[in-house]
Design a protein around this ligand. Structure first.
Ligand code: ZN
Length: 204
């Protein structure tokens, strides 16, 4: 899919990034994401993905008190993420309205992952934010085992930072960049360290 003039203008900042470029922007516009989100971290990630041009399909999970932000108005609490996106996406970014099945998934833990990767999970461990991710070549079993050990993601400023990080990692995987799988722990906004990934029975 070639970029239209208004898309080149809308996405000019990320097209100028060497890691994205015109081809990468086309890949982001083509690669829809299923989002299973309800609170600050997930809704922030959804807003970043939609702003970057990724078509979003949402689950029926009801939005919680942390949802309002870039994408969700205060009145959205209690409605489903799917209802929110159907109403807000056409104005927020018409390119983010899905026209094909999603090819990636992002969810707030606890969540069930299935279907095509990349997968990105937003969670927490020991009071820190956690982003777990896997590309299409990495093991789904190892991902599931790591996800089981994580709690629901934090809210507040840490949740916003976690959501932005999760969206960025998902975009990198869609563009075929970065490691195939990993776990990043966010101690505070901007303070990141890698976490160890557990290994599933099949890979042990
Ligand atoms: Zn494995």
């Amino acid at each position: 899919m070639a970029l239209r003039e208004e898309q080149i203008q809308r996405y000019s900042r990320q097209i100028l990034l060497r890691e994205v470029g015109g081809r990468g922007q086309e890949a982001l516009l083509d690669g829809g994401v299923r989002v299973d989100v309800a609170e600050t971290a997930g809704c922030t990630a959804a807003a970043y993905l939609a702003a970057a041009g990724s078509p979003l399909e949402a689950s029926a999970r009801a939005l919680g008190p942390g949802a309002p932000g870039f994408l969700a108005p205060a009145s959205a609490v209690g409605e489903s993420a799917a209802e929110l996106l159907a109403r807000e996406l056409p104005d927020f970014n018409p390119d983010a309205v899905p026209t094909a099945p999603p090819r990636a998934q992002l969810a707030e833990l606890p969540a069930h992952f299935e279907g095509p990767a990349p997968w990105v999970a937003l969670g927490a461990r020991g009071g820190q934010g956690a982003v777990l991710f896997r590309g299409p070549t990495a093991c789904a079993g190892c991902f599931a085992r790591a996800a089981e050990a994580l709690a629901a993601p934090p809210g507040g400023a840490l949740g916003v930072a976690l959501g932005a990080l999760g969206a960025l990692l998902l975009e990198r995987l869609v563009l075929g960049q970065g490691p195939a799988a990993g776990l990043l722990l966010l101690e505070a906004p901007g303070v990141l360290r890698p976490g160890a990934l557990p290994v599933c029975e099949r890979c042990a």
